[in-house]
Every structure is written in C-alpha cells, then in structure tokens.
Write a protein that binds this ligand. Sequence first.
Ligand code: FMN
Length: 224
Amino acid sequence: MNSEQNKPQVLESIIRARKTDKITCEVEDRRPVPDERQQHGNAIVLHSLEVAGWAPFHYPSNDKNIHEPWRAYVLWDEEVSNLLRELTNEHRFKQSKLQKLTAACSALVLVTWIPEQRTEIREENRNIINEENLAAAAAMVQNFLLMLTAHGMRNYWSSGGDLGKPDVFELLGIPKQERLIAAVFIDYDDMKDLQPYKTCAPGKHRDKRTTNWIQQSSIHSKSP
Ligand SMILES: Cc1cc2nc3c(=O)[nH]c(=O)nc-3n(C[C@H](O)[C@H](O)[C@H](O)COP(=O)(O)O)c2cc1C
C-alpha cells in the first residue's frame, strides 16, 4: 500500500487513539519538567498549535491582524507553577481537582473563542456568528488534541472551571471579552511511562459511544 492509500488509515488510527487522560498529582508533588524534555515537548506543542490553526472558520475576528476567531494562551512549566501558586494561595479558587490537574501537567494551553463585539450587528446575526466562532474554535481544539496524540502526548480537554473566571483572565493577560472553550492539560511523560507520583483517569463517557447518532434522513414532502 502506498502512502496516499494509507492516509485514511493513519488519520483514523489517530482519531480513535485520542482519548481523555486526566492526569493528577498532589500539589506538593509537582516537579519541574527536565530541561531537555521541556525543549522537545514545548516545540511539539507549538508546532501542534500551528497545525491546529488550519481548522476552518467562517467569520473573522474583529482584529485585522489576527483573523482567526480563537486564541491560544500557552503556559510552559514555569508559568504553570506560577499559576498553581495563585490557585493554591488564593481562597477564591476552590477546585482542588483543578489544582491537582495543574500540578501534574507539563504544559497548559487555554483556548478562547471571540464573541462578536460589534453592537451595530443585529442580535440574531450576532448569535449566529458566535455559534460559528465557537464551532470553529472547537475544530481547532480537536486538531490540536489529534496532533498531541500523534506525538504520543497525553492530553485532556477540560472546560477549565475556575480558569475561565475574570480574575484568572486578568492574571494571564487574556482580554475579558474572550470566552474559554478549553483548558488543554498536556503531559510530556512517555505514553507508556507515566511518572509514579501521578495518576491517570479516563473521560466519563469514553465507553458510552455508539453509532446510533448517525441517522438516515428522509424527505417528508408537503407538496402533492
Ligand atoms: C467541550 C468539552 C469540555 C469538556 N470538559 C470536561 C470537564 O470539564 N470535565 C471532564 O471530566 N471532562 C470534560 N471533557 C472531556 C469529556 O469528559 C470526554 O471527552 C468524554 O468523557 C469522552 O472521553 P474521551 O475523550 O476519552 O473519548 C470535555 C470535553 C469537551 C469536548
């Protein structure tokens, strides 16, 4: 089989291999990512984001220089540790699960989508644009997860909980009009070799999949 014929199989295997891996550890167990692993891992994450940006989008954002209706905010090892310190010290952040996920991750990418700001646009049209911007951002996130999976990096798409709050946005310099669609927790350990101080849990719905949602459409014509 030549490489052209093999493409669907390769793509299918990556799509099927993508899975939620919720990796956590105790806050006090967080360890820095070794330099060499960081360099290698960070380059993969950046490249994966660039590729993910080939997702389709219908409406450009209002920023003339960045047309895509999504943004990705990347936190490397040191920034993750700084964020963790804030999440742990500040009483307003209550989600211990979020802290444990942050403590265990090697890198964290917050993906936002950009709601339509122009007030002269009718609400009905604004809602359509917003739905499509959200959909486009979701396509970009899925591309990103697939690239990480292809590189053998465990990942988890979380809604983000407290990470979507205005004070975290302010802390990270994310414009307040943006909306968090995904907090992608990434682990640089080898897929086969998870550090023993970390634990890994699957997504709740992983094994509930069917193909029953694929329905044959029929036309119920009203004309005689
Ligand atoms: C938009 C979105 C948000 C999600 N947020 C969460 C979350 O906050 N907490 C969680 O446990 N799982 C979250 N998930 C992951 C799902 O639980 C997971 O995809 C599902 O259980 C199926 O498992 P799989 O990804 O391994 O196929 C989210 C998934 C999506 C698409």
